[in-house]
Design a protein around this ligand. Structure first.
Ligand code: DX5
Ligand code: ZN
Length: 221
């Protein structure tokens, strides 16, 4: 299966959200990536449940919700009701990660776990069979438009090996600083979902940029 592209709405124009949601609908994008920040787990506050519900009214593709909040288990039902299809919590913010993953799945959503740049992939050893998605942060979470951390390639490779050796089905998502410069190499290392915020929304032609990310595996280096 070809890889997926998930534009991050954090980089969209919040004063023109409906327009930007429709742009993603009409593009080759697969998912919407929605970054929820609480000002505690990360040093920034983005948007929350009411804004996600509002976007859902116009969206025609799955919602990949990335929670950068402490104690994410408090709001699982609320994000389901707001329209989340995939709900990702941070390893570093979840004391009882196994329970939280089961709770997400029992609400009928796919469950994801995100890891910060300093968190080794090996900590997922005993949970990898239970998750549908691992979001490997390739910047420190909290802001769009940051520089891609090169170490991500080897983390993705390592994680890919763990997933293969267990015969697990978790998809690897890479989030932060993704562009057509690093996309192909990330896919070669085992990534299956590319999140891109500023690269898409700051482009002169956002739908074309989504298409470039979607077809980057076809371009020879
Ligand atoms: C960062 C967020 C990312 C961010 C990516 O905390 O999780 O999803 O929106 O933005 P870019 O692609 O601009 O790095
Ligand atoms: Zn994100």
């Amino acid at each position: 299966m070809s890889h997926l592209v998930a534009p991050s709405m954090l980089a969209s124009d919040f004063a023109n959200l409906e327009r930007d949601v429709k742009m993603v609908n009409e593009s080759e994008a697969d998912w919407f990536h929605l970054d929820v920040m609480d000002g505690v787990f990360v040093p920034n506050i983005s948007f929350g449940i009411p804004v996600i519900s509002a976007m859902k009214r116009h969206a025609e593709k799955p919602f990949d919700v990335h929670l950068m909040i402490v104690q994410p288990e408090r709001y699982i039902k609320e994000f389901k009701n707001a329209g989340a299809d995939i709900l990702t919590v941070h390893y570093e913010a979840s004391t009882h990660l196994h329970r939280t993953i089961q709770a997400i799945k029992s609400e009928g959503m796919q469950a994801g776990v995100a890891i910060n740049p300093h968190t080794p992939v090996g900590v997922l050893d005993d949970i990898i069979e239970d998750v549908d998605l691992v979001c490997v942060m390739s910047v420190n979470p909290g802001f769009g438009g940051q520089k891609f951390i090169e170490k991500t390639y080897s983390k993705v490779e390592k994680l890919h090996n763990i997933i293969e050796s267990r015969n697990a089905s978790a998809k690897i998502e890479v989030d932060g600083g993704v562009t057509t410069e690093n996309a192909k190499k990330l896919l070669d290392c085992g990534a299956e979902v590319l999140v891109a915020g500023s690269f898409v929304f700051s482009a002169d032609n956002p739908p074309q940029t989504v298409s470039d990310l979607k077809n980057c595996h076809l371009v020879s280096a």
